[in-house]
Design a protein around this ligand. Structure first.
Ligand code: 3H9
Length: 644
C-alpha cells in the first residue's frame, strides 16, 4: 500500500501522508519516507518539498503498537537524518498534532509551519520512554535548553502560538495549510536557507539549572522524565553523534522496561474504554439539558462539570437556602478556574447563567437527563425517583450517583425503568476522571450509550460496572483496606504500610488517606449494614471511630496530628486501642507489603471478573488509576500482578 502521494505545484512537491487514524510512524511510513527523500532529491525540477498529512493530524508519533516488538530498519533517527541531509529543503506543514517521532520528523525538515489550532510536543515520557529520534538532542539546538527540558520532561504538548514564541515552529498560519505551506516554501527559497538543526550550537547550562530541573522531573514518580533530562544534559556536553548514540541507547533500554509496558497498557485501555464495541451502532439519547438533584459537594461538582461541557443545568434542592448554597458551591468551582487563569470573569458569568436553581421538581419536565446526588440513604433516594417518575419525560434518562446502594432497589416502581442507570462520579466530580457506568437489567442500550456519550462530553474515563456492593472501585478499596488492617493485626507498623504504598507510587498510603477523607463514612455504611442484620465483622477502623477518632477532622484517626499540622504522627493512643487485636510485631520489607496489598486488590479484581462485574481486566486497571491513585506506570493491579 502506498502511504505517500506526491503532487506538484510548479517546482514545489507536496508529499501527503495518509496512514489513518493518526498517521503513526509505522515501519512502512519510515521506509516510504526514507525512499521519497532520495526520489525527490533526484528530481531536478523539485526545489522544495512540503510534507503534509491527510486526516485529523500530522504524524502523531512512532506507532506504539510496534514498541513491544524488535526494532526494524529503517530506524526513525535515520529517517530524520535523511530528511535533514536532503539536498532539497523539506517543510513540515502541521495540523492537529506533531507529537513524538512526528515532531522529530518535523525537526529533520528545514522549516516547520503550523495552523493556529495545532500542537507540537514530545510526550514520550508519558509512555515510559524518552524521545528516540533526536528529541533530546535536536530540540535544545532548535529552541534552547529550557524549552527542551520543559517539553521533554513534562510530555505536555505546546499550542502553536506558544511553539512559535519558543522557536519550535517558524510560522503559524490560518486558513488552507497546504496553500500556505507552498507559499511559505516559495518565499523561503528566495532567501538563504537556515542551518540544519543538528548543526546549530548548544550552550551548556549551569549546575543549578540541572539540579532544579532534576527536582521537578523526579516528581513524576517514574524514571522516564529523569532519564530524558539526563539525555538532554548529555547532549549539551557532547557532540551531536555521541548525543544521538546516548539517546538511542536510553530509548531502547526504556522501551523494554516494565514501566513503559504498563504505560502503554494504560494508553490503549484509555483509548478503548470510551467506545465499547457493543454500543458501536447505538445512538445515545440527547443530554443538552441536565437536572442535578442535590447541591452538595458531589451534586455541585457534577453540575459544574456538565455546565463546563456546555449543557444547561437545573439544580434542585430541598429549600431556598439549600438552593442558594448549592449555587454557591457551583460558583466556587468556576471561581477556582478564574483564579487559575483558566476562565475569564465574563466566562464565569456565562457559566453561571446556564445553571438554574430551584426547589420545584416540575422544572425538570424539560430535562433530557437527571442525575441524582442526594444523601446515600435508600429511602431518600427512592423518594427522589418517585418524584422524577412523575415529572420527567418518559424518554428522559434518569441516573443515580449512588456509590454503595443497589440501583435496582433505588429504581423500584419507576415507570419506564429502561431509562434508569447508575452514573457513579468520584469527588470532586468536576476534577476526577473516573465515571463508573452501572446499567440495571432493565437499562436500554441507548441509555447505556448515553452514559458513555456523557462521559466523552465531560472528558471522563468511563468504565462499565455490574451491580454489587461498591461496584468495581469501592469493592476493591474495601478489600485493600481489609488487607492493610490484616497486616496491622499481624504487627506491621501502620506508618510502614503507608510508606510502602508511597514507595510503590501512591501519593498516600491507605491509612493516611482514610485520615484525610474521614473514617466515619465507611464506618456508617458498615453500621447501616449491621442494622439491617448483615453479618459485618468489627474492623480496626470501627474501634477507632467508636473512640472518637475519625481522622484529621477530629485531630486524630490512624495517626495523631498536632494542631494546624497535617503531618501524621504515630499514635500511642491508637496502639492502646488496638492492643487486643494486634498479635506481636513484624518487620516486613516494604516491597513485600506493597506486593501483598496489590495482590489483594488483584484477587478481588479476579473475583469481580469472574462474576461479570467488570468486562475486562484493563477496565479494573483504569478504575484504579483514575479513581484511586494507583500509579499509572505500574499499569493497575491486574496488569501489575500479571508481571510479578
Ligand atoms: C514516539 O514517537 C517515540 C519516538 O520519539 C522515537 C521512536 C524511535 N501509535 O487518541 P485517539 C490510535 S512515542 C499507534 O482516540 P484523538 C489509538 O489507539 C509516541 N496507535 O485520537 C486509537 O486507536 P483506535 C509519541 C495510535 O483524535 C486511534 O489512534 N506519540 C497512536 O483523540 C485514535 O486515537 C504519542 O504519544 C500511536 N502513536 O487524539 C501520541 N496514537 O481507534 C499519542 C493514537 O483503534 N496519541 N493511536 O482506538 C495521541 O496523543 C492522540 O492519539 C492524538 C489524537 C492527539 C494524536
Amino acid at each position: 500500500m502506498t502511504l505517500l502521494t506526491v503532487r506538484r505545484d510548479g517546482d514545489i512537491a507536496v508529499v501527503t501522508l495518509d496512514n489513518p487514524p493518526v498517521n503513526a510512524i509505522s515501519e512502512a511510513v519510515r521506509k516510504e519516507l526514507f525512499e521519497m527523500v532520495g526520489q525527490l532529491d533526484a528530481d531536478p525540477d523539485v526545489r522544495a518539498v512540503v510534507l503534509i498529512c491527510a486526516g485529523r493530524t500530522f504524524l502523531a508519533g512512532a506507532d506504539v503498537r510496534e514498541f513491544g516488538k524488535p526494532p526494524v530498519e529503517p530506524h526513525l533517527p535515520d529517517v530524520v537524518d535523511r530528511l535533514e541531509a536532503a539536498d532539497t529543503p523539506w517543510i513540515a506543514a502541521i495540523h492537529g498534532a506533531a507529537l513524538g517521532g512526528g515532531f522529530e520528523i518535523a525537526m529533520g525538515c528545514r522549516f516547520r509551519i503550523a495552523v493556529d489550532s495545532a500542537r507540537v510536543g514530545l510526550p514520550e515520557v508519558t509512555l515510559g520512554v524518552i524521545p528516540g529520534a533526536s528529541g533530546t538532542v535536536r530540540t535544545p539546538r532548535l529552541a534552547g535548553v529550557e524549552v527542551a527540558v520543559d517539553l521533554v520532561t513534562s510530555g505536555r504538548p505546546m499550542p502553536a502560538a506558544k511553539a512559535l514564541e519558543a522557536g519550535l515552529v517558524d510560522a503559524v498560519v490560518s486558513g488552507d495549510l497546504e496553500r500556505e505551506a507552498v507559499a511559505f516554501a516559495r518565499k523561503a527559497l528566495a532567501a538563504d536557507l537556515p542551518v540544519p538543526v543538528s548543526k546549530r550550537p548548544l550552550a551548556p547550562m549551569p549546575e543549578a539549572f540541572w539540579q532544579a530541573a532534576r527536582k521537578a522531573a523526579a516528581k513524576a514518580g517514574h524514571q522516564a522524565p529523569l532519564r530524558a533530562l539526563d539525555s538532554i544534559r548529555f547532549a549539551t556536553e557532547h557532540d551531536f553523534a555521541e548525543a544521538m548514540a546516548h539517546e538511542r541507547e536510553t530509548f531502547l533500554d526504556l522501551r523494554g522496561s516494565d514501566e513503559a509496558a504498563a504505560l502503554r497498557h494504560i494508553f490503549f485501555a484509555e483509548r478503548a474504554a470510551p467506545k465499547p464495541a457493543a454500543l458501536k451502532d447505538i445512538a445515545p439519547r440527547p443530554f443538552g439539558t441536565v437536572g442535578v438533584i442535590g447541591g452538595g459537594t458531589m451534586g455541585a461538582g457534577i453540575a459544574g462539570a456538565c455546565r463546563e461541557a456546555g449543557m444547561e443545568v437545573i439544580l434542585i434542592e430541598r429549600d431556598a437556602e439549600a438552593v442558594a448554597r448549592g449555587l454557591a458551591n457551583v460558583g466556587k468551582i468556576f471561581d477556582g478556574a478564574v483564579k487559575r487563569g483558566k476562565l475569564s470573569k465574563e466566562g464565569r458569568a456565562e457559566r453561571m447563567a446556564g445553571v438554574r436553581g430551584s426547589t420545584d421538581y416540575a422544572e425538570l419536565a424539560q430535562a433530557d437527563l437527571v442525575i441524582e446526588a442526594v444523601f446515600e440513604e435508600i429511602g431518600v433516594k427512592r423518594a427522589v425517583f418517585a418524584e422524577l417518575g412523575r415529572v420527567c419525560r418518559a424518554d428522559a434518562v434518569l441516573a443515580t450517583n449512588t456509590s454503595y446502594l443497589d440501583p435496582r432497589a433505588i429504581a423500584e416502581g419507576l415507570p419506564h425503568p429502561e431509562r434508569f442507570i447508575g452514573l457513579h462520579f468520584f469527588s470532586p466530580a468536576h476534577i476526577m476522571k473516573l465515571l463508573e457506568i452501572v446499567p440495571t437489567p432493565d437499562t436500554a442500550d441507548d441509555v447505556l450509550a448515553t452514559g458513555f456519550a456523557l462521559a466523552r462530553a465531560l472528558n471522563k474515563m468511563p468504565v462499565q460496572a455490574g451491580i454489587c456492593e461498591g461496584f468495581i472501585g469501592n469493592r476493591i478499596l474495601k478489600r485493600y483496606r481489609a488487607e492493610a488492617e490484616a497486616l496491622v493485626s499481624q504487627g506491621v507498623a501502620i506508618s510502614e504500610i503507608d510508606a510502602a504504598m508511597r514507595d510503590y507510587g501512591f501519593r498516600m498510603g491507605p491509612f493516611e488517606a482514610q485520615d484525610l477523607g474521614g473514617l466515619d463514612i465507611a464506618f456508617l455504611q458498615r453500621e447501616g449494614a449491621r442494622a439491617e442484620g448483615q453479618d459485618v465483622a468489627e474492623t480496626l477502623g470501627d474501634i477507632l471511630v467508636r473512640a472518637g477518632r475519625k481522622g484529621q477532622k477530629t485531630a486524630g484517626g490512624w495517626y495523631d496530628y498536632a494542631e494546624g499540622d497535617r503531618t501524621p504522627q504515630p499514635s500511642d493512643a491508637v496502639s492502646k486501642l488496638l492492643a487486643g487485636r494486634v498479635t506481636g510485631s513484624r518487620d516486613l520489607p516494604r516491597p513485600e507489603i506493597a506486593e501483598r496489598l496489590v495482590g489483594a486488590m488483584a484477587a478481588e479484581g479476579q473475583a469481580i471478573l469472574r462474576e461479570g462485574i467488570a468486562q475486562a481486566p484493563q477496565d479494573i486497571d483504569l478504575v484504579e488509576v483514575h479513581g484511586y491513585g494507583f500509579p499509572r506506570w505500574k499499569g493497575g493491579p491486574m496488569f501489575a500482578i500479571g508481571k510479578s
